[in-house]
Design a protein around this ligand. Structure first.
Ligand code: RIB
Ligand code: CA
Length: 304
C-alpha cells in the first residue's frame, strides 16, 4: 500500500516530536514546516531538524515559517515545553539547516506538485492560513487538512485549546476555507496518554531515539503533573497524523465548527455544533482505540 503523502506543520514541542516520528514511519512524509508556538520559531525549527536526524530522516526537508500569529500578541507554551521547546533533554545542534524560510510558499508548491497530499497541522495554523490567503484554491486541491486543535473545552484558557488560541484569525481562515478538515481536539487527544509504562517501553528500546523520546516524555509527564496535578501527559499531535494514516482506529462525527474571535472569555474557542448529528462538514474525532494508537506511536520509535 502506498503511504499517504503528508506535509507536517508543527511547533516541536514534545508531542510534535512524536508526530514527526509517526508521520515518517506511517506516512509518505514529504516535508516538515515549522511555526512559532510552543516555543520561538528558532527553537521549533531546530527541534524539527534534530528529530528528523535522530530518526535517520534528515533527507526530509524542513521549511521554517511564521514567527508569530496573523493578529494579536505572540503566545507560547514555554511554561509546559520549556524555553527550548524540548525541556528535559539536551537538544544537540542540528547538522542540517532548514531548506527555506517561507513555509507558506513552500506549502503552496507542495500542494501543486502533490495534489493528494494531506496537510497535518499540529501547531498554530499561521502557515496554513497564509498559504490559503495566497492561494485560495489550495483548500480544494489537496486531500485535506488534519488538525490537532480545539475541542469542547480548553487548556490555554477554560474555552480555548492552545493551537487555536495562539492564532485564532489563522484558525478562522482555515475553518472557512472550504478544505476538507479532520479535527482531533482535546476531547480526543486526552484519551491518548503516555503513562510511566509507555515511557519505560521507549527507554527499553535502548537506542538514541528511544533514550531521547523516553527522557523527553518523562520530563513532559512530570511537568503536566506539576501544572495540573493529574497524570495527563496527552500525546496530542501524533493523533492528527494517525487519524489520516490509520482512520480505522477513530470514530468521527460531522459537525459545523466556528472559531470565536471576539469573546472576552472565549476568544480562540472552537464552537462545535453538536445539536443535529452529522450535518456539518468537519470530521471531528470523538473516539479512538487508545491502545492501538499508543502501540503505533511506540512502534515508530522501538522499530525505527
Ligand atoms: O493543546 C495541545 C497542542 O498545543 C499541541 O499541539 C501541543 O504541541 C501544543 O502545541
Ligand atoms: Ca504542537
Amino acid at each position: 500500500v502506498t503511504p499517504v503523502p503528508l506535509l507536517l506543520d508543527c511547533d516541536p514541542g514534545h508531542d510534535d516530536v512524536m508526530a514527526i516520528l509517526a508521520a515518517h514511519r506511517y506516512g509518505g512524509l514529504l516535508a516538515v514546516t515549522t511555526v512559532a508556538g510552543n516555543a520561538a520559531l528558532e527553537h521549533t525549527t531546530r527541534n524539527a531538524l534534530v528529530t528528523l536526524e535522530l530518526a535517520n530522516a534528515s533527507s526530509v526537508p524542513v521549511h521554517a515559517g511564521a514567527a508569530g500569529p496573523l493578529a494579536g500578541e505572540t503566545r507560547d507554551a514555554t511554561h509546559v515545553h520549556g524555553d527550548t521547546g524540548l525541556s528535559g533533554v539536551e537538544v544537540p545542534a542540528p547538522s542540517s539547516a532548514p531548506a527555506g524560510d517561507d513555509a507558506a510558499s513552500f506549502i503552496i508548491e507542495v500542494a501543486r506538485s502533490t495534489p493528494d497530499v494531506w496537510i497535518v497541522a499540529v501547531g498554530p495554523l499561521t502557515n496554513i492560513a497564509l498559504a490559503l490567503q495566497r492561494e485560495p484554491a489550495l483548500g480544494q486541491s489537496i486531500a485535506g487538512i488534519s488538525i490537532m486543535g480545539g475541542g469542547t473545552f480548553g487548556n490555554a484558557t477554560p474555552a480555548a485549546e492552545f493551537n487555536i488560541w495562539a492564532d485564532p484569525e489563522a484558525a478562522d481562515v482555515v475553518f472557512r476555507s472550504g478544505a476538507r478538515i479532520r479535527l482531533c481536539g482535546l476531547d480526543l487527544t486526552h484519551q491518548v496518554l503516555a503513562d510511566a509504562g509507555f515511557i519505560s517501553s521507549l527507554e527499553r528500546a535502548d537506542t538514541p531515539l528511544g533514550r531521547f523520546t523516553g527522557a523527553m516524555l518523562r520530563h513532559y509527564a512530570a511537568r503536566i503533573v506539576e501544572l495540573t496535578g493529574e497524570d495527563l501527559a496527552a500525546l496530542h499531535d501524533p493523533c492528527a497524523v494517525l487519524a489520516v494514516t490509520h482512520p480505522e482506529y477513530f470514530e468521527f462525527g460531522y459537525h459545523s465548527v466556528h472559531v470565536e474571535l471576539d469573546g472576552k472569555h472565549t476568544r480562540g474557542m472552537t464552537v462545535i455544533d453538536q445539536r443535529v448529528p452529522d450535518t456539518g462538514l468537519v470530521e471531528v474525532a470523538w473516539g479512538v482505540d487508545s491502545d492501538a494508537i499508543l502501540g503505533l506511536i511506540r512502534q515508530s520509535i522501538t522499530s525505527a
